[in-house]
Ligand binder design. Structure first.
Ligand code: ADP
Ligand code: ZN
Length: 617
């Protein structure tokens, strides 16, 4: 047989398994080409956003090629769930890590040697032990998959030193194809992955980074946790989500406050013991409706597909970080939200961290540019998705229609004159005062402090009747965020002029501000249903909720996370298509042979019961 004929035979098999094992009709994005490359024995480098479908790119070739696929993944805690999910699909999967007892380890090794395992998950430190390498040399290996490959990069925040030694795979298993996968897009990290892992020969595949099911929204500066609560109550009641905070303290306090308000929230940060973190993560994965209030210690590799929202209470460090964190929402493709608020203080602190860090100037310059790109995103009045995708070098022709600025175009006001008054007031009073005092001067208030400093005689005293006190305070905050004022932390928050303020003062640059919406978005007190069932008719929604309840019960009985049984998206399709036969059920995305056999009858019974309820009504 020629090489080509052999390859296409491999792809026929891959296509058949795509349907029978995974229950998917078609490949998505670059999956097909990646799978074909690896099946044919080539190396691949896959850049796909979170939720893009990376796992299939190595799982399928591992099933088609003879031998075991070895998956290197940084987090032991998450391997277990992957293995569970694969077992549900009838795939023979196992883990090899330090949590395994001696007996289990022996058993897994034995199964491996006798070729009874399709996919083996290994932590990098385990893999690199000589003993493990020898074990693998004695087995038939289908491929190596290096997941979260950006962990080789020292610049990223997920650096794992062991990852830099993984090039040993290339040296010791020269004929085994390797596939590296990551959702981190920037060019520098990509280049480092290729170099560190010796992937010069690999074909690179890039999927679109767009996540159309995620709705991006950035609330006005200072919306705070009250804004967060309103967002959760109106859009995600009883659903699972992640809230990112800047500090452990903020995470603890926010979680406690949300619990008081009746939300099932848990804090997660590096200050908790390993056991406690594992326990909380498990609750988050296994139960529906848990909100994890976390620092960035939480998230990498969290493969929960039905996270319905990701919220930020503080500004992340860059658009990359923001995109990676928000990407954890809606991996199942169903509608999800990315919501953020932040405070002026975040911006000031982040700028200061960079300025005061001991990093080389070149590095600081990059960090500063990254932060300012994110600040600009928060201020944007055009489509957020266009800005995000543009940043990743993937311009989007039309506004997306699924972000806050598209759905509710903000009104922008020319505030140049007020800004000039504010900046001039900073100048006249000697750049030594904070916003509160400056507002008093602008409004002509004869406070003790104003009188003592003699500021009732400066030219900006009492010239600010176009805004009230809170309007002026908002303007000052916006000037700081926009870089037209600096905060001097050493001098109790005194405001100082910058290059940009001079340009505004001279009338060379205008200053625009968003008009604050009069009414907060989403009416207070109106509690909507979960979004997972949105877009269904009301009988469809009722059936969806019935299926969800059945899934939860099933999950509890089997001690598995609910999404391992079926994803929300699959339940939604069942609820809208209402299949009457196993054959009809099998056409739904996410239902392969194993699931059909295990759950098909139960699901049809629920659909039938719902139908007869409807007939009686
Ligand atoms: P990633 O690891 O890239 O974040 P996953 O591999 O977890 O993404 O896949 C994300 C979701 O997409 C999963 O729910 C998976 O079942 C689904 N998926 C993957 N490939 C396909 C496909 N070809 N058709 C339909 N759904 C798919
Ligand atoms: Zn948009």
């Amino acid at each position: 047989m020629t090489q080509g004929a052999q390859d296409s035979g491999g792809m026929d098999k891959a296509r058949a398994l795509l349907k029978s094992v995974f229950g998917h009709e078609d490949f998505r994005g670059p999956q097909e080409e990646i799978v074909a490359t690896v099946i044919a024995g080539g190396d691949a480098f896959a850049l796909m956003p979170t939720g893009g479908g990376k796992s299939l790119c190595y799982q399928l070739p591992a099933l088609v090629r003879p031998g075991t696929g070895i998956v290197i993944s940084p987090l032991i805690a998450l391997m277990e769930d992957q293995v569970l999910a694969l077992s549900e699909l009838g795939v023979r999967a196992a883990v090899l890590n330090s949590t395994l007892g001696f007996e289990d380890m022996r058993k897994t090794e034995w199964q491996l040697r006798s070729g009874e395992i399709d996919l083996l998950y290994v932590a990098p430190e385990r893999l690199l032990q000589e003993r493990t390498l020898q074990l693998l040399e004695a087995c038939k290996i289908a491929l190596f998959a290096i997941d979260e490959a950006h962990c080789v990069s020292q610049w990223g925040h997920d650096f794992r030193p062991e990852y830099t030694q993984l090039r040993i795979l290339h040296e010791r298993f020269a004929h085994v194809p390797r596939i590296a996968l990551t959702a981190t897009a920037d060019a520098r990290t990509r280049a480092e992955i290729v170099r560190q892992l010796a992937l010069e020969e690999a074909r690179t595949f890039t999927a679109s980074f767009d996540r159309p099911n995620i709705r991006y929204a950035i609330a006005p500066e200072g919306a705070g946790r009250t804004g967060l609560l309103r967002f959760i109550e109106t859009r995600h009641n009883g659903e699972s989500g992640i809230v990112y905070c800047l500090s452990r303290k903020q995470a603890e306090e926010t979680a406690a406050w949300l619990r008081e308000k009746g939300i099932d929230a848990l804090a997660y940060h590096a200050g908790l013991s390993g056991a406690e973190r594992a326990r909380r993560q498990r609750r988050f994965l296994r139960e529906e409706g848990v909100v994890m209030v976390a620092t960035i210690a939480f998230g990498m590799g969290v493969d929960k597909p039905d996270v319905r929202f990701v919220a930020h209470l503080s500004l992340p460090r860059s658009i990359e970080a923001y995109y990676q964190e928000t990407g954890r929402a809606g991996r199942d493709g169903a509608p999800a939200d990315a919501w953020m608020t932040f405070s002026m203080r975040d911006v000031v602190l982040q700028r200061r961290f960079i300025d005061e860090s001991p990093a080389p100037d070149e590095h600081k310059r990059i960090q500063r540019a990254k932060l300012e790109a994110l600040v600009a995103l928060t201020e944007a009045t055009t489509c957020r998705r266009q800005i995000l995708l543009d940043y990743f070098g993937e311009p989007l022709e039309e506004p997306c229609g699924n972000c806050d600025t598209c759905l509710e175009p903000p009104q922008v006001e020319d505030m140049t004159v007020a800004a000039q008054k504010a900046l001039s007031c900073v100048y006249r009073t000697g750049q030594r005062y904070g916003a509160a005092h400056l507002v008093d001067v602008l409004l002509g208030k004869e406070t003790e402090k104003v009188m003592r400093a003699g500021h009732d005689s400066v030219s900006t005293f009492g010239i600010g009747d176009e805004l009230n006190a809170s309007g002026w305070r908002a303007l000052f905050r916006q000037l700081v965020i926009g870089g037209a004022l600096d905060v001097d932390e050493e001098r109790f928050g005194a405001l100082r002029l910058t290059e940009k303020s001079r340009a505004i003062l001279r009338g060379e640059e205008p200053f625009h501000m968003r008009k604050q919406p009069k009414r907060p978005r989403g009416k207070r007190g109106v509690v909507r249903k979960s979004r997972a069932g949105e877009e269904l008719s009301s009988p469809g929604r009722r059936l969806f909720e019935a299926l969800r309840a059945w899934r939860m019960e099933e999950a509890r009985e089997q001690n598995k996370p609910p999404y391992v049984i079926f994803h929300d998206a699959t339940l939604r399709d069942i609820a809208s298509l209402r299949p009457r036969t196993l054959q009809a059920l099998s056409t739904i995305n996410g239902i392969g042979e194993a699931k059909l056999e295990h759950y098909g009858k139960a699901v049809l019974a629920i659909v039938a019961a719902d139908r007869s309820d409807a007939d009686q009504a």
